[in-house]
Design a protein around this ligand. Structure first.
Ligand SMILES: *[C@@H]1O[C@H](CO)[C@@H](O)[C@H](O)[C@H]1NC(C)=O
Ligand SMILES: *[C@@H]1O[C@H](CO)[C@@H](O)[C@H](O)[C@H]1NC(C)=O
Ligand SMILES: *[C@@H]1O[C@H](CO)[C@@H](O)[C@H](O)[C@H]1NC(C)=O
Ligand SMILES: *[C@@H]1O[C@H](CO)[C@@H](O)[C@H](O)[C@H]1NC(C)=O
Ligand SMILES: *[C@@H]1O[C@H](CO)[C@@H](O)[C@H](O)[C@H]1NC(C)=O
Ligand SMILES: *[C@@H]1O[C@H](CO)[C@@H](O)[C@H](O)[C@H]1NC(C)=O
Ligand SMILES: *[C@@H]1O[C@H](CO)[C@@H](O)[C@H](O)[C@H]1NC(C)=O
Ligand SMILES: *[C@@H]1O[C@H](CO)[C@@H](O)[C@H](O)[C@H]1NC(C)=O
Ligand SMILES: *[C@@H]1O[C@H](CO)[C@@H](O)[C@H](O)[C@H]1NC(C)=O
Ligand SMILES: *[C@@H]1O[C@H](CO)[C@@H](O)[C@H](O)[C@H]1NC(C)=O
Ligand SMILES: *[C@@H]1O[C@H](CO)[C@@H](O)[C@H](O)[C@H]1NC(C)=O
Ligand SMILES: [Cu+2]
Length: 571
């Protein structure tokens, strides 16, 4: 038996060896550069890919591997992440700055190998360094294998709907002030649909995104929330939306009047153009439980135009769809219990039933005391503090060399090993008026190691420390089943009985509700270094992040990490 395995390994090695000699094919060239854009009556320079905002769409089929050459011709360090692409055994191209790579510095380039596996539907790519992703992002369309097709009637047309967030000021200046002040970042000035704010903002009407449709067809809208800091409601006047996929995994059809989408999430939606020919607004605005004057409370719009009356001048202006109140948590999460994976023979579920590692974690906003002799202008958080965030009371500080490199080369001292299975304190997590001594967090850099193939459950418990807010939690390298989501404190004896272990949605980002919790499950079959974080950029920067390191499995089962490419950006 041993001999057979050895021979097998040698053959496997030879096969890999020859592949490595092949010249790299470049499928996409991404030139990161400064470009001039005018929005809301003002002009500024933004960072783009190939001069486009939003950036170019990547088109692939399920299971493809592509090579993207990222050339940094801008003047900021940059990295690019392929959000939701699992990159089996190959974290080298995953992208998060100082987690799996050092940034691509100005003037340098990096050829990123992007390995698709079972994803099918819509994903996106975005910068994963400082706040560049505000403008450096774009869609990824993953078509079914050519001979297979969709599990629904082929849509007449497929359209990206990319929701974004726009600041009139330079985003790097917003970030710098935010980092220095210790307070909340400046609110944005607009939301955008495919790069355009729409009719409700000044100087924007000309550019409003318009989708021309024919009556009696079905359109596939591939909706992406690329906003930095806001969950969004989205709806189309007069039309219902049928979700058939989320995060590049099919769902059972779910028909809704409006949807809620968090940064990081994608939703594939069928739109049936079966209404009276005319013009209809699609609109989006935030779901946010803070006071509506504390965030950008504006509404972005685009127009669905039936071509049947495209040259009529006398038609009424489009009407706006219903969107819930900003702070309506109940409406925001109502659809979630009805969101189910497709779970057919062709797209079967593999929900882990027996769990080998269970992590109970808390998500908090924190206040760090202002150090002695500190200038108060640096402590603009409540009660002269600096705002922070944490997972299980650890506010994660980025290193100066990436964690993947440190792990792969066995460098000591870059990260700690023992991210805890439970938080340091148990209290009434979702209680009102929590004691002030809970507010500070510990700074740290603890990661969690997992054995190959472990079955993992993570419970994300939100807390009301400082202020309760939703946290869209994202895991790199995996999709996970969201087996439970609820309000209050997670109850380990009663809540697991209500888990959906039959057809839970398979996602890469799940919004953990304010005052509630979410539970995910996955099998750790992808060795590598994988980032876990809140997808609100401000919470990520403040420290709501950690790392899972999944160890290698047996080499003969192809369960080990692949070697790095030669052009990894150096620190
Ligand atoms: C942020 O807002 C403050 C207060 O309105 C303003 O003084 C400052 O210039 C803004 N910063 C940026 C980068 O827009
Ligand atoms: C939105 O915020 C502005 C201040 O920024 C405030 O005047 C307005 O009332 C708010 N709108 C709503 C609907 O809350
Ligand atoms: C719209 O204009 C085109 C060309 O001017 C014409 O052929 C068509 O009949 C018009 N459609 C309607 C609905 O008026
Ligand atoms: C939402 O805000 C409105 C007005 O600002 C307030 O009356 C209402 O109680 C809030 N709802 C929730 C669920 O907090
Ligand atoms: C605090 O910082 C502000 C802005 O950087 C500066 O104007 C002020 O002089 C500083 N105050 C002290 C006491 O250092
Ligand atoms: C600020 O301090 C006051 C007085 O100690 C306290 O009542 C309040 O809750 C504090 N605010 C926050 C956000 O911690
Ligand atoms: C936790 O706090 C909530 C909100 O104040 C309260 O309704 C609940 O009874 C508390 N639970 C416990 C166990 O004290
Ligand atoms: C987090 O750690 C800090 C520093 O040790 C401590 O003061 C605080 O009470 C802890 N909070 C929680 C919720 O564990
Ligand atoms: C890992 O899990 C897969 C699927 O359950 C199984 O086929 C494989 O044998 C397992 N490998 C190891 C090393 O446990
Ligand atoms: C491992 O990978 C090699 C090369 O891609 C392939 O030929 C072989 O079938 C794989 N082995 C297993 C156990 O999956
Ligand atoms: C850019 O990245 C390099 C390599 O990690 C680092 O040394 C440098 O400080 C970074 N520059 C900025 C402005 O962050
Ligand atoms: Cu968050």
């Amino acid at each position: 038996m041993d001999n057979v395995l050895i021979i097998f390994c040698v053959i496997g090695f030879l096969v890999l060896g020859t592949n490595a000699l092949k010249l790299t094919r470049i499928d996409y060239d991404f030139i990161v550069q400064e470009s001039t854009y005018t929005r809301l009556c003002s002009t500024k320079k933004i960072l783009t890919v190939n001069g486009q905002f939003p950036g170019p769409t990547i088109n692939v089929h399920k299971g493809d591997t592509i090579f993207i050459r990222v050339q940094n011709k801008g003047d900021h360090n940059i990295t690019i992440h392929w959000h939701g692409v699992k990159m089996p055994r190959y974290p080298w191209s995953d992208g998060p700055e100082y987690i799996t790579q050092c940034p691509i510095q100005p003037g340098k380039s990096f050829i990123q190998k992007v390995i698709f596996s079972n994803e099918e539907g819509t994903l996106w790519w975005h910068a994963h360094s400082d706040w560049s992703r505000a403008t450096v992002h774009g869609a990824i369309f993953i078509y079914p294998k050519p001979q297979i097709g969709y599990p629904f009637d082929k849509p007449y047309e497929e359209v990206p709907i990319i929701l974004g967030q726009w600041w009139k000021s330079d985003i790097f200046q917003v970030l710098q002030e935010f980092l220095e002040s210790g307070g909340a970042p400046n609110a944005s000035d607009a939301y955008t649909i495919n790069g355009q704010p729409g009719d409700l903002y000044s100087c924007s009407k000309q550019g409003t995104f318009k989708l021309q449709v024919q009556k009696g067809k079905t359109y596939l809208l591939r909706i992406i929330n690329a906003a930095l800091n806001e969950m969004l409601f989205f709806a189309i006047a007069g039309h219902k939306l049928t979700i058939i996929g989320a995060d590049a995994s099919y769902t059972k059809p779910l028909t809704l009047r409006f949807l809620t989408i968090s940064p990081g999430q994608t939703m594939d939606v069928l739109l049936h153009t079966n209404k009276k020919p005319g013009n209809y607004y699609m609109a989006s605005r935030p779901y946010n439980t803070l006071n509506s004057t504390a965030f950008d409370n504006t509404t972005t719009t685009a127009i669905i135009q039936y071509t049947e009356n495209s040259n009529s001048t006398s038609i009424a202006p489009p009407s706006l769809p219903y969107l819930p109140p900003f702070n309506d948590t109940t409406s925001a999460y109502k659809y979630f219990k009805n969101l189910k994976s497709i779970d057919t023979t062709q797209y079967p579920d593999h929900v882990p039933i027996k769990i080998s590692t269970r992590l109970f974690t808390t998500l908090s906003i924190n206040l760090q005391p202002c150090p002695l002799n500190y200038n108060v202008s640096m402590c603009q958080g409540p009660n002269v503090t600096r705002l922070a965030t944490s997972i299980s009371n650890i506010s994660f500080v980025l290193p100066h060399v990436d964690i993947l490199e440190a792990y792969y080369r066995g460098k000591n001292g870059v990260f700690g090993h023992n991210f805890p299975s439970v938080p340091p304190l148990f209290y009434n997590f979702t209680g009102n008026d929590l004691p002030l001594y809970l507010e500070p967090a510990k700074k740290g850099r603890k990661v969690r190691f997992l054995e190959y193939n472990e079955t993992v459950e993570i419970i994300w418990q939100n807390t009301n420390i400082v202020v309760g807010l939703d946290h869209p939690m994202h895991l790199h390298g995996y999709s996970f089943y969201v087996v439970g989501l609820g309000f209050g404190n997670f109850n380990p004896s009663t809540d697991p009985k209500k888990y959906n272990l039959v057809d839970p949605p398979l996602l890469n980002t799940v919004p953990v509700p304010k005052g509630g919790w979410a539970v995910i499950r996955f099998t750790a079959s992808n060795p590598g270094v994988w980032f876990v974080h809140c997808h609100f950029e401000r919470h990520l920067t403040w420290g709501m992040r950690t790392v899972l390191i999944v160890k290698n499995g047996p080499a003969c089962e192809n369960a080990t990490m692949l070697p790095p490419p030669k052009d990894m950006p150096p620190c």
